[in-house]
Design a protein around this ligand. Sequence first.
Ligand code: DO4
Ligand code: MG
Length: 279
Amino acid sequence: MHLYKTVKGFVVEREDEFKTIEGESSWDDLINRDDLADYLSGQWDSSPPANDLASLLESGLLAPVGSQEVWAAGVTYYSSRLARMEESQDAGGGDFYSRVYQAERPEIFMKATPARVVGPNAPFRIRKDSDWDVPEPELTLFATSSGKIVAYTIGNDVSSRSIEGENPLYLPQAKTFDECACLGPCLFVPNQPLGPDTGVELSISRGEEKVFSGSTSLAQMKRTPEELVGFLFRETSFASGVFLMTGTGIVPGTDFTLSSGDVVSISIDSIGVLTNPVR
Ligand code: DO4
Ligand code: MG
């Protein structure tokens, strides 16, 4: 099932049929359930059809986030390890990335509060004090307050490579600022976890021209979602659950930087497509 947060309420989709979830005033309460898939299935028969969904999907989708923090894992793909080593060579940072790729403890950082997240079709920012900026297309987990992964969405961990590459200690500035994270278009709530053959694609358009495209699959990820969530929940609690971006496996070449007006589309099998322009 796909669960959408819209300007007109909460909408669930199953096999191209859409229904409105009634009697739920809070997104946090709706999604923070260990039995979310069963709960939505149970609601299905008694829920009314969502009629004007076509227009909602055009303009009324919100990021599928309530009060949850958004965290992110890094250097979980070999391609990310290589790219970070390259960008931080002059700063002597390469070794850190190589070590964290091998280490038992993953890199996990706080990416965004809900107010810094943008939803489907909304513009995101790149920093004015950065001259090398990229989208990072990432499978994003939603784990409940008990640490159970019950849903997935698509995330864009927008990053400044010039700031991150200058000094690894600048990571929070490279990663966290206004409108620095995109999430959506929905929560995918499956009965079974996503498999390793799940594909991830990134495409970037500039006007009529496609200026970048790339793809990977979850099979290339070095860590498991459960492992990442296990580390995140060590000594840290999340009253309404938490979103966790799982790292990028697609990194545009060193000659590529985002520009204002570029349109970034990320697609992940079974979840959907998340499209956002650069402000
Ligand atoms: O270590 C820097 C950030 C890594 C990251 O965001 C990623 O690999 O996706
Ligand atoms: Mg990332």
